[in-house]
Design a protein around this ligand. Structure first.
Ligand code: 5GP
Length: 236
């Protein structure tokens, strides 16, 4: 499958049409960005690592029966996906308190969430992705009302699957962000990417951060962390 017309270019990916109107190609760029694009850098190889990790994770989820937009890996930095009507909502699952929840609600860093916490945010650069409740999602028509419980349930199921797999690899899945959309067959599915850009992953032995927080807070070489995640995920 080959790239045709460019549909959209985001901070980390470019979306292309293909000869099949129902299928798109996502191209993962080497750009790293944080804090609404205020901090930015080109990091050679990041796109390849993110595509590879995202493909591996989507394959795991599909095997476990989670509906996703994933069709297959096209090349080292391209993924083939079903075209989706994307909901402008970010669904965040948290197992441990860190990041925005600590700043927003004053919860102590490191607090364990049992059961895991699910939060919704509106995707809006202009408004800096504000947190929204289910009533806001309905009011603003961000997603179909019937998709809300499904997004919550699927996000928790993804958390179970990925927490188990990462634990086996000595990594704590601290939190992650998912996006959802409606596929051509009408089903609601996990879309976008699942990478260390959108997850927090801590080494269970050393506490080392293996995700984008390395770039956000200058904690070390980003590639080293992402390569380590890929190495452990590929290790069977
Ligand atoms: P927080 O709300 O603490 O900033 O982020 C929670 C989790 O969701 C983190 O794993 C973070 O990487 C992910 N996340 C939140 N917003 C975004 C976003 O706009 N883009 C990406 N790639 N990940 C996000």
């Amino acid at each position: 499958m080959e790239r045709k017309r460019k549909l959209y270019e985001g901070k980390a990916k470019v979306v292309y049409e293909t000869e099949d109107p129902k299928k798109l190609i996502l191209l993962f760029k080497d750009t790293a960005s944080a804090f609404d694009g205020v901090k930015k850098a080109e990091i050679e190889e990041k796109g390849v690592l993110n595509n590879t990790i995202s493909c591996l994770i989507f394959e795991i989820l599909e095997r476990e029966g989670v509906r996703t937009h994933y069709i297959g890996r096209v090349s080292d930095r391209e993924m083939l996906v079903w075209r989706a009507e994307r909901f402008p909502v970010e669904v965040v699952v948290r197992n441990v308190a860190t990041g925005s929840i600590v700043r927003r609600l004053g919860i102590r860093e490191g607090t364990e969430f049992d059961p895991p916490l699910v939060e919704f945010f509106m995707k809006s650069d202009e408004l800096h992705d504000p947190p929204v409740c289910e009533a806001h999602i309905v009011l603003l028509k961000l997603a179909p009302p019937e998709a809300i419980p499904l997004m919550r349930k699927t996000a928790l199921r993804v958390n179970e699957i990925l927490s188990r797999i990462f634990t086996e690899k000595g990594i704590r899945l601290v939190d992650f962000k998912l996006e959802f959309g409606k596929l051509p067959d009408g089903s609601v599915a996990v879309v976008d990417e699942i990478t260390p850009d959108s997850m927090r992953l801590w080494d269970m032995r050393t506490g080392e951060k293996l995700d984008k927080d390395r770039f956000r807070f200058d904690l070390g070489d980003l590639l080293e962390g992402y390569r380590e995640v890929l190495r452990r995920l590929s290790d069977s």
